[in-house]
Design a protein around this ligand. Sequence first.
Ligand code: DC
Length: 460
Amino acid sequence: MGVNIALDGPSGAGKSTIAKMLSEKMGYIYVNTGELYRAIALYMIRAGVDIQNDGQVEENLPHVEVGIEYSDGLQHVILCGEDVTSQLHTPEVSMGASRVSAIPAVRSFLLDMQREFAKKYDTVMDGRDIGTVVLPDCDVKIFLTASAEERANRRFKELQEAGDSSTYEQVLADINQRDYNDTHREIAPLKKADDAVEIDTTNYDLQQSVMIISDTVKKVLEEKQSKQESKTPRIRDTIDFSDVRPVTDPKKVNPIRLFFFGIVRRIIYIIYKIKFKMVYEGLENLPKTGSNIIASNHRSYRDPVFAALRLHVPCSFMAKEELFKGNVLFAWLIRFLGAFPVARGSGDMTVIKEAVARLEMGRNLVIYPEGTRSKDGKLGRGKTGVALIASLAQVPVVPMAISFKGEKLRFREKVIISFGKPIQPEELKLTSSDIRELKAIREKIMNSIAVMVDENVNKL
Ligand code: DC
């Protein structure tokens, strides 16, 4: 769809001259729809059709071939292969156009053609019903008026210059008659659209009118654009992501560390096997190499252990800053196990950089997108942080679900730990800073966790 400006109003309000100048100024195409009705009237007059007879006009419509061409920026109306532009403004054709334009078949005959233009081009389209019927969703709607006397005055001068012998009184009577016809017809009557800006040009000359209208158009378009922009929420604009690179060449985890990790996790596995009835599912989904994000629901402080017990490579996980400030030994232990602190409300960028750095080190990263523990096992909405890290780091995300009955995990209680199919980096790409994209990635991750949480409920 192009950008479309509707310029509606009664005959002689100066629409065509203004629309022409405006379209030149804006580099848009000018579509004078009145001339299309005029061309149909001309056809009917030439063919000797009684234009007061709707049936006869309708019967002859299929023979009418009307089109628009542009040369030197001017609209030319082609009627059955003939350029009739210069014959469209006689009083007879004017009155005929007013008459045929009240016939529904004529209006629908021209409707598609007008819409087609608006779809293809940026247009300034003048007429009577552009803002109300033809393009009700167009970008700007102007309703141009002027007193009947002033309009008659302008048209009278034009006709005189063209050598027409009509008197002022006749022109005024014509204008009044056409106003009456255009506003009283049943179908698509001349009417200001509710959202149109009304501009009365009675006291303005042409230059002034064009200036006022083009200022109005500019203002409306700018307002629309800024509304549009404010409707597109951006990812935390103040954060500078430029120095976070995707993880392309992760380091290998030190083999000695890997060896000890293997031993420790096996020992703890045996202890946990005694304490809980652990059931692991989807282990085949766990990558053998590191640098993956494991995104899990959060049920207990043991959750990182449930993940680490089956990972082939050590993992890092985020932990509340407070945990590092209390007991020194405990702080050392969780740090040793791969935890790193997250300060609530601090600049998220530090955390994101740290998370990506851990992935770069070849470690897996366990994240709990919900942020806090769920007591009843219901999955929360999840924060967008996980999506941000995944999209910046460009590493696979393995969804994980931990399920057990009740609020606390008791001795010998059944706990199901499932891993889902990894979501690949291609599905985690951000193409713009529109926050809706980030939210869509979060949804993807949360949904894949949710599916497993739901399935596990029936197996507990
Ligand atoms: O704008 P104009 O005076 O050239 O239009 C000629 C006639 O066509 C006018 O009397 C009303 C009719 N018309 C219409 O009904 N709808 C339009 N969109 C344009 C013109």
